[in-house]
Design a protein around this ligand. Sequence first.
Ligand SMILES: Nc1ncnc2c1ncn2[C@@H]1O[C@H](COP(=O)(O)OP(=O)(O)OP(=O)(O)O)[C@@H](O)[C@H]1O
Ligand SMILES: [Mg+2]
Length: 262
Amino acid sequence: MFELASITRAAPQIILRDVVKSYGVARVIDHLDLSIAQGQKVALIGPSGSGKSTVLRLIKGLETYQHGSIEVDGAPVPARHSGWHWPGAKKMPVIHRVGMVFQQFNLFPHLTVQENITEAPFRVLQLSREEAQERAYEYLSLVGLGHKANAYPSQLSGGQQQRVAIARALAMRPKVMLFDEVTSALDPELVGEVLAVIRTIAHEQHMTMLLVTHEMKFAQDIADRVLFMEAGKIVADGSPRQILIDPDNERTRRFLNRVEQR
Ligand SMILES: Nc1ncnc2c1ncn2[C@@H]1O[C@H](COP(=O)(O)OP(=O)(O)OP(=O)(O)O)[C@@H](O)[C@H]1O
Ligand SMILES: [Mg+2]
């Protein structure tokens, strides 16, 4: 029994096999292979336009792709699908099992903080109103905003709005959380509070996390593994020490020097 549990834990939760994604003639993901184990915290770094956001969007099933296969949490992410209705999906579609937080918080401006969080658990997971509200409060407390449940997004700072967006994604109890440069749109003094929340989640929750970030110290601090992407390929893959502190890859070294100088 224990053996079985450990095998299950070790199984990859995200698998991309030989994935190609093009826009017209521009190939932006170039025969990408990637396997991420359940519970792993992975930082994805690399220059602008290298395909980092596209990888996240592919994993969540927001993009079509032309070649290869993608599997998340044991379910295929089809290369083509029509919106939210995927053919033959018996379990909850991957799109709901993967939480994603973007640079722009994308909160519904006409809904309170609490309503922003209860909407999807109520409509998609079909929790009762009370259950959804309890859950919203649980995750709002986790991000330190239990007292803002009745505020509207416009009444919150950017950092607070981003923490609400994180709580909203967590309230779906996703198996995988994707973070795409979630602090890039924030004033510098608000970055720390959002990173602190993500750090807490990384340390306390067992879910798999893939984060695109330009915050190298943060990546070093929370990631078990760092991927460096360039021109649609992963060109370096290793521990934070191997990739960020002591990179043997010349391109990685040049990129880190540029980032540090900013
Ligand atoms: N909708 C689109 N149509 C055409 N090309 C696109 C589209 N979306 C992205 N691309 C191109 O795909 C490539 C990868 O983009 P992507 O957004 O994944 O890069 P990124 O690594 O996230 O960059 P950044 O660090 O600037 O966010 C870029 O060359 C981009 O111009
Ligand atoms: Mg991007």
